[in-house]
Ligand binder design. Structure first.
Ligand code: NDP
Length: 245
């Protein structure tokens, strides 16, 4: 029987690429994000093993509904890819508290809401993979204007480590994927031109498909592999994902 993966932030970038790759690997995929048209187009393209469930991850009830719809349609939730996130870059001294609130609501609380709903079901069955799409910014602060974004990803590092201690012995595997720069729509929230943003970096970005491959690699490991962490390294001016199991 096919496994079922719920992917948040599936309307673009890393989430979309991950949903495509999981569908190609014969997972049922449940696509969650706010932009309904994009989700529906992707679901139509991926075929009958795909379901679009428009979801704002900042709403705990919507995350519960996402998991209920998944169970009604496919009968299980085997993988959660908690990927939805955003980066609103700016200083602290003259920063915008509304941007800080939005980042914490999506990148931290949104991840918690989706994780809570999915792990409750996984614990009943005694198996499942929770994948957090975090960032190198969850381990250090790469940019002066990225302190608050990095703070949300540091929070995710703590949540992943804490959840691992909580559920690992009960059959749930917690996986952290921590990419560096990836070419997606991510810069659009803070910078006038994504292309200019990428061109100004002194190294070339990963593609969303690279991160999707790291996710697929991790969830395909045998259940005896207790945890996996992928992190980004730079080699010959290229970004590369290292995956350790
Ligand atoms: P994109 O902007 O392409 O994708 C972000 C996704 O998050 C979209 O699908 C968006 O969908 C979704 N999203 C945002 N807010 C919400 C919300 N309230 N509810 C549900 N979904 C939401 O960027 P990426 O693909 O790059 O980002 C994906 C993840 O990867 C993020 O967590 C990001 O922090 C992380 N990351 C990105 C890096 C990069 O360089 N690009 C580097 C390291 C980590 P919609 O707007 O339709 O709701």
């Amino acid at each position: 029987m096919s496994k079922t993966a719920v992917v948040t932030g599936a309307s673009s970038g890393i989430g979309e690429a991950t949903a495509r790759l999981l569908a190609r690997a014969r997972y049922n995929v449940v696509l969650a994000a706010r932009r309904e048209n994009r989700l529906k187009d992707l679901a139509a393209e991926l075929g009958e093993g795909a379901l679009a469930v428009p979801t704002d991850v900042t709403d705990p009830d919507a995350c519960e509904d996402l998991i209920s719809r998944t169970l009604e349609t496919f009968g299980s939730v085997d993988v959660l890819v908690a990927n939805a996130g955003l980066g609103l870059y700016g200083p602290i001294a003259e920063g915008n508290p509304e941007d800080w609130r939005r980042m914490f609501e999506v990148n931290v609380l949104g991840v918690l809401h989706a994780t809570r709903a999915a792990t409750r079901h996984m614990l009943e069955g005694g198996s499942g993979d929770v994948v957090f799409v975090s960032s190198l910014a969850g381990r250090s602060v790469p940019r002066a204007d990225g302190a608050v974004y990095a703070a949300t990803k540091h929070a995710l590092t703590a949540i992943a480590e804490g959840l691992r201690v909580e559920v690992q012995a009960r059959g749930i595997r917690v996986i952290s994927v921590e990419p560096g720069l990836v070419r997606t729509e991510f810069p659009n929230s803070s910078f006038p031109s994504a292309e200019e943003y990428y061109a100004q970096r002194e190294y070339s970005p990963l593609e969303a498909e690279d991160v999707a491959s790291a996710v697929l690699y991790a969830v395909e490991q045998p259940p005896t592999s207790a945890s996996t962490r992928s992190s980004c390294v730079r080699q010959n001016n290229r970004s590369r994902l290292n995956t350790k199991t």
